[in-house]
Design a protein around this ligand. Structure first.
Ligand SMILES: Cc1ncc(COP(=O)(O)O)c(C=O)c1O
Length: 392
């Protein structure tokens, strides 16, 4: 047997199970419409909630940063990679989130890898929602802490599990703010209440909340009015902010501890000047206006209401994330291909990103969509849905 035979076998299995992911290539900037493999299609699957990914103001800021600072930091933050742009971004993030301090890292994934292992050791216990994002799961796996997985959004069971583990001194509850595949919200007020009862820290991953929830898109903590009661807000600038980069917002001492010891901060180079400058521009826009956030919600409401009227199952979403539930992976892939042939880009999402049998097209609404765009999408979803007998 060749030493790579197991890989060939694994790929073969993916094909046989309908789980092989055909990754399409985008040949334009990311807006409401994109060019994919030579074809102009309506983009219904980017996390570009506010249309910032190709916003002129962000592009101009990025170009200016290249002129002023070049393209790369040349080092990790703690050695020689911290530029005045990074500090400006962190100050603006803290102000935007309403926290004492903030630290920027390279990505949302790195945020979780930076924070969780630093805070939690082998004597400690982490309570984590069963549907938390993979980067939270990986962050937990990098610790030797005891892991307690609580049923999705179930505060009563979480309370029981806290009670069972109350002898363990250091406790951390972690949850996604908005669950990325279903669009439902963490019951954060209830989580914070039980955390306070049992002296546990709370960390929320606000990747899909910032730019979407709360005043001017400040995120889930603002949405629920929980400022000062959540220990750590982790997030990313790769979604609503339209760029790239992760951050942790919280108390000055947590942020300082991360700055001293978090491994992705110490051992992976700093984010680049154009990325950081574009992120700063995104925050500046949101501080000034909430128009893009309002437009996003208007679009989300319109699209969802019409999809439900057509007979689609859009799950339990409370946000602009709109899962169109299709069941088997093969159905989702067929649906995605039909949509593409009709000029709509909507990627199928299947196991392992979502549980088996719960494959879907996850539609992501954006402030960049016009009403005509949404009507076009609805018409194509209806056509594909009828052809594949998902709706009648
Ligand atoms: C909840 C959540 N956390 C973290 C991430 C990772 O963010 P990034 O793409 O910036 O690494 C994502 C998205 O990919 C996410 O949905």
């Amino acid at each position: 047997m060749g030493k790579h035979e197991f890989i060939e076998q694994a790929l073969q299995n993916l094909h046989e199970q309908g789980l092989y992911n055909t990754i399409r290539t985008i040949e334009s900037s990311v807006g409401a419409w994109v060019v994919v493999e030579g074809k102009r299609v309506l983009n219904m699957c980017s996390n570009n909630y506010l249309g910032f990914a190709n916003d002129e103001r962000l592009c101009t800021a990025a170009k200016k940063a290249i002129d002023d600072y070049g393209v790369g930091p040349g080092a990790v933050r703690s050695i020689a990679g911290t530029m005045s742009l990074h500090i400006e971004l962190e100050e603006k993030l803290a102000e935007f989130k309403g926290t004492e301090s903030a630290l920027s890292v390279q990505s949302g994934l790195n945020t979780n890898l930076a924070t969780i292992p630093l805070l939690m050791g082998k004597e400690d216990v982490i309570f984590t929602d069963e549907l938390n994002h993979a980067s939270i799961i990986d962050g937990c796996r990098l610790t030797k802490a005891k892991r307690v997985i609580f049923p999705h959004r179930d505060v009563e069971t979480l309370r029981r599990l806290l009670e069972e583990n109350k002898e363990i001194e250091k406790k951390l509850i972690i949850t996604d703010g908005v669950f990325s595949m279903d669009g439902d919200l963490a019951p954060l007020p209830g989580i914070v209440d039980v955390a306070e009862e049992y002296g546990a820290m709370v960390m929320v991953d606000d990747a899909h909340g910032e730019g979407v929830l709360g005043s001017h898109g400040r995120g889930i903590v603002d949405h629920f009015g929980l400022h000062g009661r959540v220990d750590i807000e982790a997030g990313t600038m790769s979604k609503a902010f339209g760029v790239m980069g992760g951050y942790v917002a919280g108390s000055a001492d947590i942020v300082e501890y991360l700055r001293q010891r978090a491994r992705p901060f110490l051992f992976s180079s700093a984010a680049t000047p154009p990325d950081v400058a574009a992120c700063i521009a995104a925050i500046d826009i949101l501080q000034q206006t909430d128009e893009p956030v309002k437009k996003l919600w208007e679009n989300a409401r319109y699209f969802k209401e019409n999809m439900v009227a057509l007979g689609f199952d859009t799950g339990a979403s409370e946000t602009p994330i709109t899962p169109v539930m299709l069941g088997e992976a093969k159905t989702a892939w067929d649906f995605s291909k039909r949509l593409f042939s009709e000029g709509v880009f909507g990627t199928a999402i299947a196991f392992p990103t979502v549980p088996r049998g719960k494959a879907r097209i996850r539609v992501m609404l954006s402030a960049a969509h016009s009403k005509d765009d949404l009507d076009f999408a609805l018409e194509k979803f209806e056509k594909a849905g009828k052809e594949l007998r998902v709706i009648s």
